[in-house]
Design a protein around this ligand. Structure first.
Ligand code: ATP
Ligand code: MG
Length: 419
């Protein structure tokens, strides 16, 4: 990407009412644009981060044998009335609207019911199960407060996976596989050390649901964490009874702030029964379909990564999600332009994502933007051509400058990209 051709500029001022560090940095660095409280637009760099997170999620979901779909956001009231979740007393985040003929519709805030509705048409026999479907989708929730930047949107991107199966054992086996996949995902995006499996409320069938909570001051949840066992309990269910049940010792728990990045639910046969979604088993008996669902907040994850990885100069993306691996710039640009163009072409051809700062601005501004955008490697070409035996390379997290010949530089950067 050539910055001279990118309409998105870094900016000096952020909306006054924006309190969250993630949004302040993402807005300043030109990754997102705030439309209003709880609604953000994703600009090229922000979208690149979202797409990188999605690629990791897609790999892990496909690895579980799940198939990707895209359900509608517009939802008929009838589907949700079957389980009682159309009621605003039951679900307090619905955005609802009305068709011109008066028919009520809602904007999807989650998709268990629509998926059950979908598969009721597909599944007749035990041979049609199990089935795993997932999607990336914009969800709408009329949240009371939206002060955590992209970590709490009224419109946000979620990855949701649904597993339909024949019995509790099959459900439990898959649930454990997803748990492991989720831990891998948080590891891959750079939050492995600070993300913990957390017992929480919300199990329709079982007593608990499992959340994945990332420890961060900017989180809205309080959890009680046993670091050694990598387990936590959400404050919402924290009691002596629960601790005894989970064999957790109060003395070994630490109270910390955290952000919920994922949540997995075991619905058992409850939705199948409520929505009358049945299959016939081996002996021809009608049985309710078992459901479990698995969410990850994609846009929230981007916010949490920004909260975790930044310093006084700006964002510091882990390479796996960074919008580009390299920030390439020329000093003394008239004389070094040819060498810089060549390097840009070579790296791009080899599949290395490069932000090429070819703008006609002072070097200081380029350095500052490289830091603000948080690109893992900065490469400086400082002509004239005869001196171009080496290029200066610096990691975003270190102060040491290294000087490498072009071949070595290209080898190093393509090596990182493949990791
Ligand atoms: P919270 O308790 O933070 O309101 P939730 O428990 O209502 O979240 P879920 O229904 O479990 O959320 O949704 C699955 C995932 O979607 C959450 O784990 C979170 O990562 C993400 N998510 C939920 N609400 C929002 C939101 N308003 N903005 C961004 N991401 C969200
Ligand atoms: Mg949740």
């Amino acid at each position: 990407m050539r910055l001279s051709q990118n309409v998105i500029k870094t900016i000096k001022t952020v909306p006054k009412e924006e309190q969250a560090i993630n949004a302040q940095l993402l807005i300043r660095a030109g990754f997102v644009h705030k439309e209003m409280a709880g609604a953000y637009s994703y600009l090229p760099l922000g979208l690149a981060v979202i797409e990188n997170i999605k690629s990791i999620l897609r790999e892990e979901m496909n690895g579980l044998g799940a198939a990707e779909v895209l359900m509608s956001s517009l939802q008929p009231a009838e589907t949700w009335k079957e389980t009682g979740r159309w009621d605003d007393e039951v679900v307090d985040v619905w955005f609802k609207s009305m068709l011109k003929n008066g028919t009520q519709i809602g904007f999807g805030w989650t998709h268990e019911e629509p998926f059950m509705q979908l598969i009721s048409r597909q599944v007749q026999s035990y041979r049609d199960l199990p089935l795993a479907l997932y999607q990336f989708q914009t969800k709408f929730r009329n949240e009371l407060r939206a002060k955590s930047g992209v970590m709490r949107g009224r419109e946000f991107i979620m990855k949701d996976l649904y597993y339909f199966t024949r019995n509790q054992q099959e459900l439990d086996a898959f649930y454990a596989q997803v748990e492991a996949a989720y831990l891998r995902i948080f590891e891959r995006v750079g939050l492995g050390d600070c993300t913990f499996l957390t017992f929480a409320s919300g199990g329709a069938f079982t007593q608990f649901s499992h959340e994945f909570q990332t420890v961060t001051q900017s989180g809205e949840d309080t959890i009680y964490l046993n670091k050694a066992r990598r387990l936590a309990v959400n404050q919402e269910i924290y009691s002596d009874d629960v601790l005894a049940q989970l064999q957790l010792d109060k003395a070994e728990l630490e109270e910390v702030r955290a952000a919920e990045v994922g949540n997995i639910f075991n619905f058992g046969s409850s939705k199948g029964e409520q929505m009358r979604v049945f299959f016939s088993d081996e002996s021809g008996q009608r049985q309710p379909v078992y459901l479990s669902s698995y969410g990850i907040g994609v846009s929230r994850l981007m916010g949490v990564i920004a909260e975790h990885y930044h310093d006084e100069k700006g964002l510091v993306w882990p390479a796996a999600v960074a919008p580009a691996l390299v920030y390439l710039l020329a000093i003394n640009s008239k004389k070094s332009i040819q060498a810089t163009d060549e390097l840009y072409n070579i790296l791009t051809e080899r599949g290395v994502a490069v932000i090429y700062d070819d703008r006609d601005v002072r070097p200081g501004e380029k350095f500052a933007d490289a830091d603000l955008m948080g690109i893992p490697w900065r490469v400086v070409v400082s002509g004239p051509i005869s001196d171009h035996e080496t290029y200066e390379i610096k990691s975003r997290t270190e102060t040491t400058l290294n000087h490498l010949k072009r071949d070595d530089l290209v080898r190093q950067l393509t090596g990182i990209e493949k990791q």
